[in-house]
Structure formats: structure tokens, C-alpha cells
Design a protein around this ligand. Structure first.
Ligand SMILES: [Zn+2]
Length: 548
């Protein structure tokens, strides 16, 4: 190479550099993401920088100190270094003109990646695995089966991310295609350099409520976030808890944390419970002849526990009560009655129970009355409500008491639906298609409850969830998935039956474990908004509609 050639190349390079620099505009944007409650750094939180002017998105992850940083280039030069530390899975969008669904994703480190597609029951429909180098990729899902909700996950090393996917009808039915290279990593902006861009920065992390902040993009920009745990922020209500029986019969104290049983006030707080339905259940095998008198003992015992723990718990009769009690950092306790036998065929006694605060009545327990038939009764499909039974239903409607049909016979539920003007609930039941037990609901019953506007509180009792094997949080989620798949997200809730059940699923050993259910629902692919509906918003809707 001659000296002259070298000089020419050097001059050319200088020229290229000067051109590049003359157009290059850089802005460094950085900050921290912390947990709002603990102030602790949040590792691997995703930060999305959306440039307002052109809608382009850029991504960064926080490090173990909760810090993140991104340098935006305005030059149009590809910036291949700015790939997330691990990998990034993007949300797909269904295209009605092409029923295949494209799943784009970005890989930051070379390695083996697995893409899988699941149905709402968690059954794997298809899977692809490939060794990939850093860059952008995509894979097409060609719909298999009818339209509906599916989930896809991407797995690499020890990380796994799941997203929801809306499948449309009419695809090639071939499942997943091949993992293919997508567009280059270039995500540079093409803004005129005179523009002073602005951005909306959003921080998110699984288990937390995302937060956004608008900012002007100068040369150096700091945007800090404090994220609140979704479970803390969500309204959490459990539709069925039997701990009052232990208070009445054994002098169990709600104010003290115990290492046995499933519930007490300290554990309700650890579990993030905002409202608890406390069940008045009079065992008909022991107290049938004094059912009403025994029921009043439960109300008295509850009043006594509230008086003893008045800074921690208060009785709620309306949604406004619940919100006011929660605003004082207290648990809202709502009294409910399980088993129509307690009214002793007397509408005046029903009215008195309402006056004491009863806000749902489970029409029967396992015992039938002469006005309503239990699901355990051999006459479940043939014998429904008597004329007096219909009067009871109309009285509940006029008072503003929710009708609960867990334990209730098939014909009786049909008669209730034909009589009531309001949404009904099943406070603690499972799905009969998953576990054939009389305490669980057939598909047409789930549809009928949903059509009434009501909700099904999924029970935690392992014996109702599965006929054999180990029962876990995911077994509970299978029942939730089934209901969601059948009638949508608006008709499912939590009805643990804690302290009414002899065993629990692994991972849900007592009421303090409810935050783990939230995390499992999010990992399974439910969105924050969907999880909040399951945890409490769905029931709150019914409570507001019926109990005002
Ligand atoms: Zn029960």
C-alpha cells in the first residue's frame, strides 16, 4: 500500500466519521427501579422507552442494583450492542387476514432456545428448539383447532417467559413453523436533528404493577421508578372461610398468629386479603334442632373477635364499607351463612340474619331441606325448590343477599335461576369436567352462573380438584383456566374453603400463601388486569350489584 493510498483512506475515514458525527445525536437515559414497599432494588425489570414522535420502542433491563441505562442514537446507524441482557419476547398481534400468528423475539446471548405453544389447560400443542446467535428472530404459529386463547413461551437457559396469544380460525393447522432470522437489530430512529424528542418510559416486572413516566430527551436523563406488587395493589377477596367454627367451638383467637389451622388475622394480612367472607355453618348432624340459635352464636363470636381486634378488622355489609375499612388498613369481614336449614323455615329468622350482616346464603349444605335439595341428595336432578323455597329466593332478592349454589342440587339451581333477578355465585366449587364430584359444576351450570352475571369461587380442596396425584397451585389454576376458557375472565374468583378443608394444595398451605397464587397466575400468562379480576374485582362487581 502506498503512502498516498493510505492517506486517501485516512481522509475518507475522517470524512465518513465527520459525516456520521455531524448527524449523530446521542441521549443517555438511565435510572433505578425499586420495590415501593421495601425499597429494595428490582433485578431484571424491563424498561421500555417509547419515543413519542415516531412510536419506536427501545428496551433495557435493570441489573442486580436495580439500575438501567440506554443510549439512544438518533443517527440511523444500527446499534447492535443494545440488545437486552438475556432475551426479549414481544407480544404478538392477531391478523384477521392471515390466521397465522407471528411471534417475534430478540436473543441477546448465543444458546439453545425453545418455543412452545400451550392451550389454556396447559397442554403443550407444539414446540420448536434451535441453537441461535444474538439477533432478532421470529416463528409463525399456524392455528390448530378453533379460535381462542393460547399461550406461547420462550425458554433459554434457566429463563422462561410466557405470553397470551389470540388464535383465529382458518389457519394451515400445521402448528409452529421454523425459527427464522428476523430484521437486523437496527432500531435507530430517523428524527431530524432539530427535533427535541420526548419519550414515555415504562418500567415493568412480573408480579408488579407497571408504572410510566413521560420525559423530555435531553443529553442526560434520569427516570426512577418505585413499583408496587400487584398482589398488594389488587383487591383480594376470598369467598369462603370456615375459621369461625373454630372460634365458636374451640375458643380459637383470630388476633394471634398460629402454626396450625389455615387462618388468623396476622396471616390474612400476610396473604394480602382485603375482604374475607366468614362462614356461619351449623353442622346439621349435631345441631339441626337448634340451627338458628347456633348460627347466632357464630355472629356473636365474630362480633367478639372484631371487638378484641378493632384496629385490625371490621365488619362490612356493603362495598363502600369494604373500601372504608381497607382505607384504615383493616381487613373487611363479611358474614355469610352456609345451609338453608339455619332459617328453620321462618322468613323472620332470615330477615334477622340479614340484619346481623349475612350477605350470602348458601341455599343448602350437603343436607336437603324440605324446600331445597342438596347436590349430594339422590333426588338432586328431579326435586327443586318448593313454593316456600321460591319465597326464600324472592326474600333474598328483596333484602340484597347473594344466592350461593355451592352444595346445591341440579334441579334446585335451575329453579333458583328461574326465580332470582340477580347474579348468583358458587362460593367454593370446582369444575366437574376436571374432577367428577357432586360438589363440582357441570359446564352448563358454569355457563348459567356466568349468564346470570355471577362468579364461581374456585375451591382449594385437593379432593375436589383432582381424583389422584399431588395437588398444587397449578391444579387450582387448571380449574380457573377451564372456567375462563368456557365463559371468559369475568366469572371466576377464589373460594378457598380454608379451615373447612382437611388438606390443601402444595404451595397454598394457608391463607398467607395467596400472593404465590398471584405470581403463579402471572407466570401462567394471565395479564395484570386479568389477575385482578380473578383475585377480587369479579366478586366485587356481584357484591355491589346485589348488596347495595
Ligand atoms: Zn361448604
Amino acid at each position: 500500500m502506498t503512502l498516498r493510498t493510505t492517506a486517501t483512506i485516512a481522509l475518507l475515514m475522517l470524512l465518513i466519521c465527520s459525516i456520521t458525527f455531524s448527524h449523530a445525536q446521542q441521549t443517555r437515559i438511565y435510572g433505578t427501579v425499586l420495590d415501593q414497599t421495601t425499597g429494595m432494588a428490582l433485578d431484571s425489570a424491563l424498561v421500555n422507552i417509547r419515543v413519542t414522535e415516531n412510536g419506536q420502542n427501545f428496551f433495557a433491563f435493570t441489573n442486580s442494583s436495580g439500575q438501567w441505562e440506554y443510549t439512544l442514537q438518533f443517527s440511523g446507524v444500527a446499534d447492535r450492542e443494545q440488545v437486552p441482557t438475556s432475551f426479549l419476547l414481544r407480544q404478538n398481534y392477531p391478523n384477521p387476514f392471515n390466521p397465522s400468528t407471528r411471534i417475534p423475539f430478540t436473543i441477546a446471548r448465543a444458546g439453545e432456545v425453545t418455543i412452545s405453544v400451550y392451550n389454556v389447560l396447559g397442554q403443550e400443542l407444539d414446540s420448536r428448539r434451535a441453537f441461535v446467535t444474538p439477533g432478532n428472530y421470529f416463528i409463525d404459529w399456524n392455528s390448530r383447532g378453533g379460535s381462542g386463547v393460547l399461550f406461547y413461551s420462550i425458554e433459554m437457559e434457566n429463563e422462561r417467559h410466557t405470553r397470551k396469544m389470540l388464535q383465529l380460525d382458518g389457519g394451515k393447522s400445521s402448528g409452529l413453523g421454523q425459527i427464522l432470522r428476523g430484521a437486523s437489530g437496527a432500531e435507530a430512529m430517523s428524527l431530524a436533528k432539530t427535533d427535541a424528542p420526548t419519550a414515555v418510559v415504562t418500567a415493568s416486572k412480573l408480579g408488579y404493577e407497571p408504572d410510566s413516566s413521560a420525559t423530555d430527551l435531553g443529553e442526560d436523563n434520569q427516570v426512577d421508578f418505585q413499583l408496587e406488587l400487584l398482589h398488594t395493589k389488587a383487591f383480594v377477596v376470598d369467598l369462603h372461610n370456615d375459621v369461625l367454627e373454630k372460634v365458636v367451638d374451640r375458643g380459637y383467637q383470630l388476633g394471634v398468629r398460629h402454626s396450625y389451622n389455615h387462618s388468623d388475622i396476622p396471616r390474612f394480612f400476610e396473604g394480602g386479603v382485603d375482604a374475607q367472607m366468614f362462614v356461619v355453618w351449623v353442622n346439621p348432624n349435631a345441631y339441626l334442632s337448634i340451627s338458628y340459635q347456633k348460627a347466632l352464636q357464630f355472629f356473636d363470636a365474630f362480633d367478639n373477635q372484631v371487638a378484641l381486634n378493632s384496629t385490625k378488622i371490621a365488619q362490612a355489609r356493603t362495598t363502600d364499607d369494604i373500601f372504608q375499612i381497607n382505607a384504615q388498613n383493616k381487613l373487611a369481614g363479611v358474614l355469610v351463612v352456609e345451609g338453608g336449614h339455619v332459617i328453620e323455615n321462618d322468613l323472620e329468622k332470615l330477615k334477622e340474619l340479614y340484619r346481623r350482616g349475612m350477605r350470602y346464603l348458601t341455599i343448602t349444605w350437603n343436607n336437603s331441606t324440605n324446600w331445597a335439595t342438596s347436590a349430594e341428595d339422590s333426588r338432586s336432578t328431579t326435586r327443586g325448590l318448593s313454593d316456600f323455597g321460591k319465597q326464600v329466593i324472592r326474600m333474598l332478592d328483596s333484602l340484597g343477599v347473594i344466592i350461593d349454589v355451592s352444595h346445591v342440587g341440579i334441579k334446585t339451581i335451575e329453579d333458583i335461576l328461574a326465580t332470582t333477578q340477580y347474579p348468583i355465585i358458587a362460593s367454593h366449587s370446582g369444575v366437574r369436567a376436571l374432577r367428577n364430584h357432586y360438589r363440582n359444576l357441570y359446564d352448563n351450570q358454569i355457563v348459567a352462573i356466568a349468564n346470570s352475571g355471577g362468579v364461581i369461587g374456585v375451591v382449594f380442596y385437593p379432593y375436589f380438584l383432582a381424583s389422584s396425584g399431588t395437588t398444587t397451585i397449578n391444579t387450582v389454576i387448571k380449574h380457573i383456566d377451564y372456567i375462563v376458557n368456557l365463559v371468559g375472565i369475568d366469572h371466576v374468583a377464589i373460594g378457598s374453603d380454608y379451615d373447612g378443608i382437611g388438606s390443601t394444595p402444595v404451595g397454598l398451605e394457608d391463607v398467607s400463601k395467596l400472593p404465590d397464587l398471584t405470581l403463579a397466575l402471572l407466570k401462567h400468562g394471565y395479564s395484570n388486569a386479568e389477575v385482578k379480576k380473578i383475585l377480587g374485582e369479579n366478586f366485587l362487581r356481584v357484591f355491589q350489584q346485589v348488596c347495595q
